[in-house]
Design a protein around this ligand. Structure first.
Ligand code: PMP
Length: 366
């Protein structure tokens, strides 16, 4: 096909097999005589598919039975509000501020209690993660919140900070299921699907059931995790198409060999890209100042001038390398390379980077 290598940060590239399978089911799904977007969410077929999707997450991510998996709407942005609404109860929550998304989560939490900024790297323009010594947690917060991968700044926690016995919650929007993760360290995980899991419109929440039972009940039903858990994520009409797409993506991940294999591929792709940056360090400058914090999902770098960056993006697009413009708050280049980005995309990009660098240097010296 004429498909481009799509480096957009989200919505982002999905496996071609999944897109074809979606196409196959858009007119008739599962011999129901109806499209996947026409079937009732209360039909036996749909409910079985949604349960299977849950099971796929449980198996792939080794989610213990003491957790529930919910399919919600409103994106990660609704979770910024829903988490404190359910659990802060006027108390203190610790937030680690590693970027624009963490800041949005903090803003919402402040409406429901006292936020302790346990650490922030804002004065470094979020170009690194806080060092372990600089994280000052409260003694007894309602929970700790962190962002496992900072989509805009290209940092990712490769070793999680030690939060002791405190409840740990995480926005994993841009690296969920990119690597195996010990889910039992967390009390709540959330992620919009549109980077590593499927199309936008469905948000996956993994929540420890015992904690969910302690949540506030004097808030609207739709805002309570328990409502969705009790209703098997069918309290209101779920995003049926998105859940189906998620189901297909997860099956693809199974076929790819599971998350250990996927992690190895992601690391391989990231290594390739960072090597290309570092070996031409007089031209490409990685924006993450502490290299161990570099993200395997989103790599950010600058060129010697904004003019060269604009030319880089334009010429890359002409070669089928699409979506490389950095976030508007940071500028530069951002390469988003989620699970579904094939290694060939990174190979083609690194070849382009070498030739662009060489050409630019030659034109300056000419
Ligand atoms: N958190 C992170 C880490 C993100 O990258 C994004 C989206 N780019 C969001 C939250 C917001 O997600 P949504 O648009 O699904 O609300």
């Amino acid at each position: 096909t004429d498909r481009k290598f799509n480096f957009n940060p989200g919505p982002s590239t999905l496996p071609l097999n999944v897109l074809k399978e979606l196409q196959n089911n858009i007119v008739e799904w599962n011999q129901t005589g109806m499209s996947i977007i026409e079937v009732s969410h209360r039909s036996k077929d749909y409910m079985a598919m949604q349960e299977e999707t849950k099971k796929l997450i449980q198996d792939l991510y080794a989610v213990p039975d003491s957790y529930d998996i919910l399919f919600l709407q409103g994106g990660a942005s609704l979770q910024f509000a829903m988490l404190p609404m359910n659990f802060m109860q006027g108390g203190i929550a610790d937030y680690i501020n590693t970027g624009a998304w963490a800041k949005k989560a903090i803003k919402e939490a402040k409406l429901y209690g006292q936020v302790n900024i346990a650490a922030t790297t804002e004065k470094d323009n979020f170009s690194r993660l806080p060092a372990a010594d600089n994280i000052k947690l409260s003694d007894n917060p309602k929970y700790v919140h962190l962002t496992t991968n900072n989509t805009i700044y290209g940092t990712q926690w490769h070793t999680l900070p030690d939060t002791g016995a405190r409840k740990l919650t995480a926005d994993m929007s841009s690296d969920i299921m990119s690597r195996p993760m010990d889910v039992s360290q967390f009390d709540l995980i959330y992620a919009g699907a549109q980077k590593n899991l499927g199309p936008s419109g469905v948000t996956v929440v993994i929540i420890r059931k015992a904690w969910m039972e302690q949540a506030r009940q004097d808030i609207p039903a739709i805002m309570q995790y328990k409502t969705h858990s009790d209703g098997q994520s069918l309290y209101n009409t779920p995003p049926t198409f998105q859940v189906f797409a998620l189901n297909l993506v997860l099956k693809e991940y199974q076929k790819m060999g599971g998350l250990k294999k996927i992690e190895a591929q992601n690391k391989g792709k990231a290594d390739l890209l960072y090597q290309a940056i570092d070996k031409q360090a007089d031209f490409y400058k990685g924006t993450v100042t502490h290299k161990p914090d570099r993200s395997w999902m989103n790599a950010t770098f600058r060129l010697p001038s904004e003019e060269l960056e604009a030319a880089f993006i334009k010429q890359a697009a002409a070669q089928g390398l699409h979506g490389l413009k950095g976030h508007r708050s940071l500028g530069g280049i951002r390469v988003s390379m989620y699970n579904a980005m094939p290694v060939q995309g990174i190979e083609k990009l690194t070849q382009f980077m070498s030739s662009f660098c060489e050409k630019s240097k030659n034109s300056v010296s000419a």
